[in-house]
Ligand binder design. Structure first.
Ligand code: FAD
Length: 659
């Protein structure tokens, strides 16, 4: 007999891959009543994604686990392109390094997707008792659209089924990392202890049951074959010409000099992508078969073996040698380039990650984009679910993320083309191959690394002009992420990157760029702002205590002050108290006042932050940062009304106490 239970939750997340876990992080931080389920018995343990882009790493820093990525991962910033010269000899072109390498304090890294999932899971459990419920599949779905506007209602009904151990854990996990025919997936020898624990847990006996869950909101993060997307009849649209690729994670035995450098090797029969990884692993992507969708003779992907992939690598790399004893993971895949026309249905059902965009893994962006989708919808939905934000902000999810998915596909089409089109009409290999590859990479660099985000004007993004940044801060453009600078703490003298300082903790932030407070007139401007924020004059309404906070917080808004005067010429206590609030238990807010000064002992802390942000060092400026570190509003220190109007459009005001 199958037991059936009924339950309610505010947010149900289907799928605990990178997108789902990132969304779940916000639920945990903002105290949302939420659940996250996955049909798989474990998280990813080996294989799949490994490339991490700077903006993703900035997000990790703001969550607080980037140090773990640095500890375990591999940095790869230079790429070398090996192409045949006029005599046909493979020759190195490069190294190529992005001209914008120092736009972020974090550089491209490689680390297995499974480790990233581990770090996210650990963070989620630090903030709440939300846990991934594994071996549970979503099977039926009903949506009562009539209830959409009533935020207290539960219009979504989902039937969940607990899978048997076999259904939840298909495939063979018994082969060892050094086995001669490694499992296409996982091997015990390659796992770190905390992941091994996960495997032991999955062997526990499971009791089959079904559960009817009523939910207010649902986020479908259930991958390329998304069940949730199908329930709401949103298609995936795109090109259907597909090629079959082999991918292997091996510890290579080779005399190729750049075996542990990021790069490509081009031969007349194809191009290999070489990606150095953690623990001496190297990932190789290799074309094994070209398929044209117009052909009726579709190639059987299951016919591809590890041996097929190995011999293709050997052929392309020749005369260099290639072999291995250790293979951590391998697969053969066939990818279409597709995007869903919409990432939501109304303001209750949202889709994120591979569920709404699929493309080739060679641009190394799927996991990054998926996590950034989850990060974007996560904070918005969490704040709406706890009654702290206006539900209208949910419309910005599709508006902000959909154009980026389109751009991702555009990039992927060009980049993948470089791997499949290797011949010119007049020769065996394109002579300008390396130049063309560099050109494609540079064209999409800002987008791919997440340095520019292009979020359009909306209630969350106040733009004066689409073309240029606000006058008060030319390079702080609403709709873009705040570019990182390193600052010196006024009271303590230590230095910190803004990527860590501006934590993803669910707060909105007012950043006061106080300018040169040694100048009397400037000091008066800052003091006037202080009086406004502390509502000393009862005719003023301070935004600081005006809005409903997320559970566990006193206020929804935090103030961070960054001044430009030499730290020795002003004191912490010179600033109005509202900028450095006192707490009976924790004392003064030493973490709230920073200066844009250089540190002799820290070369990254150069005292040039105002210049990078395009802000006048004397006059300063003011900005509002969204919880995801994107700029919402920018203005002068006096423009408090505009700023409050912006916040009023996003956050929910506290009820006025009855007299
Ligand atoms: P997924 O990771 O697919 O997670 C979806 C989850 O939903 C799964 O755990 C699944 O079990 C669960 N699920 C599905 N249906 C249901 C259901 N009905 N009920 C319950 N649970 C369900 N990306 C990069 O950024 N960089 C790279 O270098 C890179 N390399 C890659 C290499 C390869 C070989 C492959 C295959 C992919 C690569 N990617 C890379 C892409 C990356 O792996 C994906 O884009 C990413 O995993 C997508 O995350 P997601 O959370 O959207 O979906």
């Amino acid at each position: 007999k199958v037991e059936t239970v009924e339950s309610q939750t505010d947010v149900l997340i289907i799928g605990a891959g990178p997108a789902g876990l990132m969304a779940a992080y916000w639920m945990a931080v903002c105290g949302v009543k939420a659940r996250i389920i996955d049909k798989r018995g474990t998280k990813v343990l080996t294989g799949q994604a490994d490339g991490l882009r700077p903006r993703t790493l900035e997000i990790f820093d703001s969550i607080g686990f980037q140090h773990r990525v640095i500890h375990e991962g591999h940095v790869a910033v230079e790429a070398n392109f090996w192409v045949p010269d006029a005599t046909g000899k493979l020759t190195r072109q490069g190294p190529h390094c992005s001209p914008k390498i120092n736009e972020s304090n974090h550089h491209n890294m490689l680390l297995n997707q499974g480790r990233i999932e581990r770090f996210l899971i650990d963070k989620i459990s630090k903030h709440s008792d939300l846990e991934v419920e594994r071996g549970i599949i979503a099977e039926s779905f009903e949506y009562d659209e009539k209830l959409e506007k009533d935020l207290d209602s539960y219009p979504i009904t989902v039937k969940l089924r607990t899978l048997s151990g076999e259904e939840a854990n298909p495939g063979d996990i018994s082969k060892d990392r050094s086995g001669s025919q490694p499992a296409n997936g996982q091997g015990r020898g390659s796992l770190l202890p905390d992941d091994w624990e996960e495997l032991i847990q999955k062997s526990r006996v499971r009791q089959t049951k079904t559960e009817i869950v009523k939910a207010k909101f649902i986020i479908g993060c259930d991958g390329a074959h998304s069940w949730t997307r199908k329930q709401v009849n949103i298609p995936l649209e795109g090109s259907s010409t597909e090629h079959i690729w082999g991918v292997i994670d091996v510890v290579p035995l080779s005399n190729f000099p750049d075996m542990r450098r990021l790069g490509t090797i081009t031969h007349s029969s194809g191009t290999i992508l070489v990606i150095p990884r953690e623990r001496r692993l190297v990932r190789l992507y290799v074309p094994v078969q070209m398929v044209d969708s117009t052909s009726t003779n579709r190639f059987d992907r299951s016919a591809i073996t590890l041996e097929t992939i190995k011999s293709r690598v050997q052929a392309i790399m020749s005369p260099y040698t290639f072999d291995f004893h250790i293979c951590d993971w391998w697969t053969a895949y066939q990818v279409g380039q597709r995007v869903a026309p919409a990432f939501n249905k109304g303001n209750r059902i949202f889709l994120a990650g591979d569920a709404v965009h699929t493309h080739s893994p060679k641009v190394g962006l799927g996991m990054n984009m998926s996590m950034q989708d989850g990060f974007n919808i996560g904070w918005k939905l969490a704040m709406v679910a706890v009654g702290a934000a206006n539900p209208a902000i949910l419309d910005t999810y599709n508006a902000e993320r959909h154009p980026l998915a389109e751009m991702l596909l555009e990039f992927d089409r060009l980049w993948s083309g470089e791997f499949t089109e290797t011949t010119d009409s007049d020769g065996p290999a394109a002579p300008d191959k390396a130049d063309r590859m560099v050109h494609v990479v540079e064209k999409y660099m800002d987008f791919a690394d997440g340095l520019r985000t292009y979020y359009p004007a909306s209630p969350l993004v106040w733009k004066v002009s689409e073309e240029e940044g606000p006058e008060a801060a030319r390079n702080l453009i609403p709709g873009e992420r705040i570019s990182p600078i390193k600052l010196r703490n006024q009271a303590e003298g230590n230095s910190k990157w803004t990527t860590r300082l501006l934590e993803s903790d669910g707060c909105y932030r007012i950043i006061v760029l106080a300018g040169d407070v040694r100048v009397q007139e400037q000091k008066k401007r800052v003091e006037a702002l202080g009086r406004f924020l502390s509502a000393e004059d009862k005719t003023m309404v301070s935004p600081l205590h005006r809005y409903v906070p997320i559970p566990g917080r006193k206020d929804q808004i935090e103030v961070v002050t960054i001044h430009s005067a030499p730290w020795k010429e002003v004191e912490f206590f010179d600033f109005p108290e509202i900028f450095r609030p006192f707490d009976l238990i924790m004392g003064w807010g030493y973490d709230d006042i920073w200066c844009d000064n250089s540190c002799t002992w820290d070369p990254h802390c150069g005292g040039q932050g105002y210049e990078k942000w395009g802000v006048d060092r004397t006059r300063g400026a003011m900005l509002v940062l969204r919880p995801d570190q994107y700029i919402g509003w920018v203005g002068e220190l006096e423009e408090v009304k505009d700023m409050t109007d912006y916040l009023d459009g996003v956050l929910i005001k506290m009820p006025t106490p009855e007299i």
